[in-house]
Design a protein around this ligand. Sequence first.
Ligand SMILES: NC(=O)c1ccc[n+]([C@@H]2O[C@H](COP(=O)([O-])OP(=O)(O)OC[C@H]3O[C@@H](n4cnc5c(N)ncnc54)[C@H](O)[C@@H]3O)[C@@H](O)[C@H]2O)c1
Ligand SMILES: Nc1ncnc2c1ncn2[C@@H]1O[C@H](CSCC[C@H]([NH3+])C(=O)O)[C@@H](O)[C@H]1O
Length: 426
Amino acid sequence: MSSTTVQAKYEIKDPTLAPKGKQRIEWAGREMPVLRQIQERFAQEKPFDGIRLIACCHVTTETAHLAIALKAGGADAILIASNPLSTQDDVAASLVVDYGIPVFAMKGEDTATYLRHVEIALDHRPNIIIDDGSDVTATLVKNRQHQIPEIIGTTEETTTGIVRLRAMFNDGKLTFPAMNVNDADTKHFFDNRYGTGQSTLDGIIRATNVLLAGKNVVVVGYGWCGKGSALRARGLGANVIVTEVDPVRAIEAVMDGFRVMPMEQAASLGDLFITVTGNKHVIRGEHFDVMKDGAMVCNSGHFDIEIDLKDLAERSTEIKEVRNFTQQYKLKNGKSVVVLGEGRLINLAAAEGHPSAVMDMSFANQAMACEYLVKNKGKLEPGLHSIPQDVDQEIARLKLKAMGIAIDTLTSEQIEYMNSWTVGTD
Ligand SMILES: NC(=O)c1ccc[n+]([C@@H]2O[C@H](COP(=O)([O-])OP(=O)(O)OC[C@H]3O[C@@H](n4cnc5c(N)ncnc54)[C@H](O)[C@@H]3O)[C@@H](O)[C@H]2O)c1
Ligand SMILES: Nc1ncnc2c1ncn2[C@@H]1O[C@H](CSCC[C@H]([NH3+])C(=O)O)[C@@H](O)[C@H]1O
């Protein structure tokens, strides 16, 4: 359903889902104490008064808390989906109905609708863009150069978005500041590793209900997301195999106790494949040809191109939906390959994405990054900017405090020793 009145512009599936969405948003809030404190401060200080802001994020209970915090800080904010399959329609409904935040997102929207929502967001003439994967920023740079003078800056949530921003900068096209949220320690150490680890396995289990104990699980890419996925798959009793292209990460996987081999070999061994590379076609034709009958493939990295689904379709005689988010491709060679979540992020398509406790830190970084952009308006060079270390440390301190965990502090003698060079072997 959509409304085009100036006050209540939105496009969501069904506003009557709002009560369920509100209940779920409130539940998530129990695990988001850091963002809550930031929200309370924003409500007092109103750092975003007069600021138009768009957020392109997965529309989840966690993102709801980010949007609510930004609105509390005075932002004129609207929200669109960062993935066609990840929207939680009840959350979208509640944001519109209960919190007065315009949302343009519907679970299962087609690519044309997804791209139309990007245009609607840019029509809002944002001063700040919160992006997850850089689709909005890339559209701005490609098609809306005239709006760039109005941009104070952007913030980027994920690894692939940062890769795209670096490429944009090297091309001379990133002419405004962009805050690198992904690389904050309190973001990728926890979100990419433990968040992706848990929610990826959650998505696979919700989609298939298969037992993982004893299965050969191939994790493609041993970065932050790969480490988390491999760790949690092992925890469920799977025999984990890792494939990599980076020799250092391959050694890490070996020393973490996993078998490492090229995909050419792993393809015929795996019962389940999880891609987490941010790259393209890491599983493709020659791999499908040698897979076991009934092998399952899914992606928890980035776009739906990590697995070459076009190639798979060309090798198939039939594609059948066998469960929600589970499609069986019947191959010409007589075997079948099962694709989960249409090759899009399995953790957000079939499950609910990362748990609130990790998104608390990711979105605390997002909120603080937006405030930093406003406070430093006109002073930051174009290009990528790290989250200041004191902000990262403060988020960690607040999180530990909320967890009820105390840690030690350096004594003055230790500080002096750590800053000296004269004391050595005696
Ligand atoms: N599902 C989620 O919720 C979620 C969360 C965070 C990040 N991400 C996305 O997941 C992807 C990975 O993120 P990350 O932080 O782990 O990145 P990363 O850079 O730490 O890891 C990616 C790894 O993939 C490896 N790789 C690249 N091409 C490969 C290939 N052909 N075969 C095998 N390995 C290959 C790289 O060498 C690297 O070690 C990114 O696209 C990121 O945006 C998804
Ligand atoms: N529950 C959640 N709510 C909001 N964002 C999430 C949640 N779980 C994971 N994410 C974020 O999703 C990002 C990866 S998603 C990559 C986005 C891309 N547009 C695509 O859909 O392919 C991570 O960096 C997480 O911070």
